[in-house]
Design a protein around this ligand. Structure first.
Ligand SMILES: NC(=O)c1ccc[n+]([C@@H]2O[C@H](COP(=O)([O-])OP(=O)(O)OC[C@H]3O[C@@H](n4cnc5c(N)ncnc54)[C@H](O)[C@@H]3O)[C@@H](O)[C@H]2O)c1
Length: 434
């Protein structure tokens, strides 16, 4: 199969590289010239474990290439994937479909022969039909179908998620498009990974429902964590106790500083908006959004408590600023609300993150970037664990405590325990929900 992948971000690049590894001929397209220049030079513009090696292998095999020329990539392709961003539209919570529709217009002008135009971006119900109408209006002669193929990969584990998915969802309107999609995903089909074929609307809905459900699960345990603090229970024990119930499951039950990242905040906002537009308010999702915002604020209060109720003149070492480990993605990371609150209150903030600096430098003005946690903690009043990178899981706490001005830890990921921290010389340890 010849595939054009429009957009080389976290989803488009991983999908394009993995499809080429399946044996397809893939051309990845992006408007950002700098990204394409890097990719052509063999460099990966994002941090995603394993992507560099897989990319190099498929470029060397002649199956994978990069261009800014959308028309050339689309010409003759069997399938064109749209994997551009769908951020929150300013002001109303809607998914901003400007990039998707602009891509559809451009594809319409370039398409030749029968082509399936596949939307991989997360888009509201009805968007695939709009793509079909847009392409048809712009090029009435075009021979094409549309397909919805939402993506479920997680940044940081994206290649494994793509190669070994829990399921692939494909929304189509006819057998011809279904056959092209089946051919593209054949390597997964052969290995018995479930491929779920639905209508367009259901496929679009599945993606929002999945993300809203996961955001709800996280927010539920975070709310339970707040109650645990009041009543003297330990949320880690509670998570384990409920997660062992097969009907509940143990994933997404780790209490923390509230969900962030490139998907959950915007997708919950978009789902709430879709509900409002259809006079069917998504009350659970709307509540989840509100509770998650409150949880983030509660984290700032926890740090303030550990700083003797004021940030002024305090030095805070923040370990981790990306929204989760193993990515450089900073979109809607909890650090983006927590760090400015510390600085706004007069704190000096030192930051360490294995991959966050390139994105974070512009987003977190006024912080001091340190190379390792030991340097960041030296002379600090409080150390805050914000992202659970492996590098922060086995720190020499005694060395850190001994080097601090006052040895206090706020562990927003519950990596350590109070017993361990106090034994290591910390005078205060504050976790979440314990
Ligand atoms: N990031 C994730 O973990 C994830 C997971 C599942 C689904 N998604 C969804 O996938 C979509 C893409 O997300 P992302 O994180 O990869 O976004 P991203 O912002 O990292 O990448 C989007 C890319 O598209 C390019 N682009 C925009 N318009 C273009 C055009 N007309 N032609 C060529 N290139 C164009 C941009 O330059 C950018 O490089 C979103 O809808 C998102 O919700 C993301």
């Amino acid at each position: 199969m010849r595939i054009a992948m429009i957009g080389t971000g976290y989803v488009g690049l991983v999908s394009g590289v993995c499809f080429s590894d399946f044996g397809h001929d893939v051309i990845c397209v992006d408007k950002a010239e700098q990204k394409i220049d890097m990719l052509k030079a063999g460099q990966v513009p994002i941090y995603e474990p394993g992507l560099d090696v897989l990319m190099a292998r498929n470029v060397a095999a002649g199956r994978l290439s990069f261009t800014t020329d959308l028309a050339a990539a689309v010409d003759g392709a069997d399938a064109v994937f749209i994997a551009v961003g769908t951020p929150t539209r300013r002001g109303d919570g809607h998914a901003d479909l400007t990039y998707v529709m602009a891509a559809a217009e451009e594809i319409a002008q370039a398409v030749t022969g029968y082509t399936v135009i596949v939307t991989k971006s997360t888009v509201p119900v009805g968007t695939n039909r709009n793509v079909w109408e847009t392409v048809k209006a712009a090029n009435p002669q075009a021979e094409f179908d549309v397909a919805s193929n939402p993506e479920f990969l997680r940044e940081g584990a994206a290649i494994d998620d793509f190669m070994r998915p829990d399921r692939v969802v494909v929304g189509v309107e006819n057998d011809r498009a279904a056959e092209v999609m089946a051919e593209i995903y054949r390597p997964l089909y052969l290995r018995d990974f479930p491929i779920l074929t639905t209508d367009l609307e259901s496929a679009e809905m599945i993606k929002y429902a999945a993300n809203a459900f996961l955001a709800t699960k996280i927010t539920f345990i975070n709310e339970i964590a707040g109650l645990c603090e009041k009543v003297g229970a330990d949320v880690k024990e509670v998570s384990r106790g409920i997660g062992l119930d097969g009907r509940i499951g143990n994933k997404f039950l780790h209490a923390g500083p509230g969900y962030g990242g490139s998907c959950f905040p915007k997708d919950t906002a978009a789902l709430a908006r879709i509900g409002q537009d259809h006079a069917h308010p998504m009350q659970i999702t709307e509540t989840v959004i509100r509770v998650n915002d409150e949880i983030k604020k509660r984290m700032i209060e926890k740090i303030r408590d550990a700083c003797d109720d004021h940030f002024n003149g305090k030095t805070v070492a923040v370990l981790g600023v990306t929204f989760k480990p193993n990515t450089d993605d900073m979109r809607d990371a909890p650090s983006l609300s927590i760090v400015p609150a510390l600085i706004g209150g007069g704190a000096k903030v030192r930051v360490v993150d294995p991959q966050g600096k390139s994105e974070g430098e512009a987003l977190l003005p006024g912080v001091e970037w340190c190379d390792d946690p030991y340097i960041a903690a030296r002379g600090a009043d409080v150390v805050v664990l914000l992202t659970e990178w492996n590098e922060f899981r086995a720190l020499n706490l005694s060395e850190i405590a001994a080097s601090m001005k006052s040895a206090r830890m706020v562990d927003l990921r519950n990596i350590y325990s109070k017993t361990t921290a106090l034994k290591s010389g910390f005078e205060t340890y504050v976790g979440v929900g314990r």
